[in-house]
Design a protein around this ligand. Sequence first.
Ligand SMILES: Nc1ncnc2c1ncn2[C@@H]1O[C@H](COP(=O)(O)OP(=O)(O)O)[C@@H](O)[C@H]1O
Ligand SMILES: O=P(O)(O)OC[C@H](O)CO
Length: 496
Amino acid sequence: MKTEKSGYILSLDQGTTSSRAILFDHSGRIVSSSQRDFSQYYPEPGWVEHDAVEIWDSQLAVAREAIAAASIDPAEIVSIGITNQRETVVVWDKDSGKPVYKAIVWQCRRSNQICEELIDAGLEEEFRSRTGLRLDPYFSGTKLCWLFREIPGLKALAENGEILFGTIDSWLLWKLTGNHVTDVTNASRTLLFNIKEQKWDPVLLSILGIPVQVLPKVLASSDDFGYTDQKYFGREIPIQGVAGDQQAALFGHTCFEPGMAKNTYGTGCFTLLNTGSAPVWSKNNLLTTIAWKIGNQTTYALEGSVFIAGAVIQWLRDEVHLLSSAAESEQLAKSVSDTNGVFLVPAFVGLGAPYWDPDARGSIMGLSRGSGRAHIVRAALESIAYQSEDLLSSMSADCGHKIEVLKADGGATANQFLMQFQADISGVPVLLPEIAEITALGVAYLAGLKCGFWESLEDISRNWQIKCRYEPSMKLEEREKRITLWHKAIYATREY
Ligand SMILES: Nc1ncnc2c1ncn2[C@@H]1O[C@H](COP(=O)(O)OP(=O)(O)O)[C@@H](O)[C@H]1O
Ligand SMILES: O=P(O)(O)OC[C@H](O)CO
């Protein structure tokens, strides 16, 4: 019989648009939470920045609010986990602790030219075989290289050990504990980390001109990252779980066995497939990444990243004013029986996997005199599912069998039309968990495993409950016809 343990785990979930803190109990239930949005900066077309100080302030504030809302003594928090938007680059002064530049966000395309130079120099395979990633501005390495090229004197400061680099986890860890550390999952997204040897890769650092002394020490995902300074929560609390948010979601969904997959429907869509203890090198333009490391045991994943998913609905609401709320998209989509031939390809910042086309831009096609608001909104929602289907079919091709079940989470899973369309277009059941905050839960599990709050993966698996299940009902012939038309739309968009 399962026994409940007393105490709580605090998860800090630092996402692209908001900072959240959530307290979980032993059964994985949410005890309290708090969330704050922060500013997005778009200084030039295709550029995206955050203020690292605002991120820190908002993250600390929500952590304190969540603890206050639960009316608990901080002494009851047995451990803390940190999960974060990945790839985003922060560089700060070691002495003053001040960031030297705005955080360069994962969506930012400013290092595209550096990527092109490296591709032209024939270095793509060199990077891919060591990191599992592609030469795309998405990843941290070329963003850091851009800073060294553009900020006079920065490289010399780096060589003298006067500045530090980190992804968001590393920045928060440094603020909370004073330790300059990260975990393998975040390191595996930098384009600087050898995922087989699990160390910063000297060859890649030399190609990009990055001094090794700016890089954090890399730990496992369930590990001892340090203690929070007493001034933050009134006592020192150990931080024992760290993982990039997409890997944390895979863990939170308890996708512990090879072949298990999840898709997170947020700003973008991120599909991860557990491939077990050895990396699988994609033949279909997916990424190979570290899913988590517990003790000496590393689990790898195949990943497909779609840059614009729920963000297309935000765009329809905020820029085009076709919607008054994201939720309204569901009822509008259901008000018509199909898109009447309309396709929308939301390539606003290029296309991610499996196309990797940074120059593509969005399109709406197939318009006729009868096309209306509902058709366009429906086409936008369908585009989220079509893009995810492209990832799933690439994964199936890579691993030689169809994905049997897709576990889903993220803000856009609230849309029942979208979830049903995903099940239909992919011919796969889509499962939603009872606890929606699966990313935060995933890193709580990683922290809780380290301190013995949860004893094993089996112990954790018992907490996963299905909230609802969407069964595929579209005929195979219809599915294939629609996917063919979607690919025609992708082709036309890229040709433009
Ligand atoms: N009912 C809905 N239908 C479609 N999209 C939605 C709905 N509710 C929220 N979204 C989308 O989900 C995204 C927010 O999800 P969230 O998981 O919080 O994202 P992130 O963690 O990337 O900030 C937004 O892009 C929003 O447009
Ligand atoms: O913060 P999210 O949920 O938009 O996730 C961002 C990803 O980690 C980027 O790779």
